[in-house]
Design a protein around this ligand. Structure first.
Ligand code: MN
Length: 270
C-alpha cells in the first residue's frame, strides 16, 4: 500500500510527522507532499494565477520521500497525483494531523479537509484528521487511529472510495469515551476585525473570535463535547435536498416574469 500524506499546517508541523511515523508501520510506502508553510483556513483554493514550485526534502532528514510545495493543500494533492507520483498507484490520502478541530461549518474553509477532498475527487479513499486543541496537542492517539483505518482499508474491510473527517479530543486514551459516527454540526464564529496602519496604508486583520455552537446529539460537535472521537463521512454534493421542492415551485414563475419583462421592453422600443 502506498499512502500520500499532506496537511495544511505546513511541512514542518509536528502533527504531519506523527502521522507519517504511524502510517509507515502499516504501509509499504508513505510519501509526503505538503505545503511549505501554514495554509490553515485556505479551504479548497487551487493556485491558478502563478506557478507552483516543488522542492524535494532530503530523505535523510525525513526517512520518507518528501516534497515541500509553494502552494495550497489542494495543490499538493493535485501535484502529487498528476506529477510527482504520476506513474505510481496511490491507495489512500491522509491529511493532518491538524492542530485544532475541524467541525461543522469549519469543513468548508479547512485546508485539512480540502486536501482530503482533492484525494476524494480523484477517486481515492481520503481521510482528514484533526485534534481539538491548539496548545499542548497530543498526536499519538490520532496517529495510531489513522494507522488502524489504513490497515483496515488494506484488509479490504472498507468501501473503495470515501471521505472521512475525523476529530479527536486532546485526551489520553483512558479519558476518551469511544467513537461516534456523526453528521456535521453547526458552528459559527464572531469574526473580529483589527485595523492598523503600516505607514502607507490602512490594513485589517480578520481575527476569529470564540466559536458559537449548538450541541445537537449525533453531530461532530456533540461527539467532541462527549470526549468521543468523531468520524463524519462527507460527500461533495452540497445540494440542499429539502429546498429542491419549494424552490421548484417558486422559480418557474420568476422565469415567466423574466420573459414578460423582456416583452415590455421590446414593446416600448417598438
Ligand atoms: Mn491547520
Amino acid at each position: 500500500m502506498r499512502i500520500l500524506v499532506t496537511n495544511d499546517d505546513g511541512i514542518a508541523a509536528r502533527g504531519l510527522w506523527a502521522l507519517v511515523r504511524e502510517l509507515r508501520r502499516v504501509a509499504e510506502e508513505v510519501v509526503v507532499v505538503a505545503p511549505d508553510r501554514d495554509q490553515s483556513g485556505i479551504g479548497t483554493a487551487v493556485t491558478l494565477h502563478h506557478p507552483v514550485r516543488v522542492s524535494p526534502v532530503p530523505p535523510e532528514a525525513t526517512r520518507v520521500e518528501s516534497y515541500a510545495v509553494e502552494g495550497t493543500p489542494a495543490d499538493t494533492v493535485i501535484l502529487a497525483l498528476k506529477t510527482i507520483l504520476k506513474d505510481k498507484k496511490v491507495d489512500m490520502v491522509f491529511s493532518g494531523i491538524n492542530e485544532g478541530s475541524n467541525l461543522g461549518n469549519d469543513v468548508l474553509i479547512s485546508g485539512t479537509v480540502s486536501a482530503a477532498l482533492q484525494g476524494y475527487f480523484y477517486g481515492l479513499p481520503s481521510v482528514a484528521v484533526s485534534v481539538a486543541a491548539i496548545k499542548r496537542v497530543r498526536f499519538d492517539i490520532a496517529a495510531k487511529f489513522a494507522a488502524l483505518i489504513a490497515a483496515q482499508f488494506a484488509a479490504n474491510d472498507m468501501p473503495q472510495k470515501f471521505l472521512l473527517n475525523i476529530n479527536l479530543p486532546n485526551l489520553p486514551l483512558n479519558k476518551i469515551n469511544g467513537v461516534e459516527v456523526t453528521r456535521l454540526g453547526e458552528r459559527s464564529y464572531m469574526d473580529n476585525i483589527k485595523a492598523g496602519h503600516d505607514g502607507k496604508r490602512k490594513y485589517y486583520w480578520i481575527v476569529r473570535g470564540k466559536p458559537d455552537w449548538k450541541e445537537v446529539e449525533g453531530t461532530d460537535i456533540w461527539a467532541l463535547g462527549q470526549n468521543k472521537i468523531s468520524i463524519t463521512p462527507l460527500q461533495s454534493d452540497l445540494s440542499s435536498q429539502g429546498q429542491l421542492e419549494p424552490l421548484d415551485r417558486a422559480f418557474p414563475a420568476l422565469f415567466q416574469g423574466l420573459k414578460e419583462g423582456d416583452k415590455v421592453k421590446r414593446s416600448r422600443r417598438g
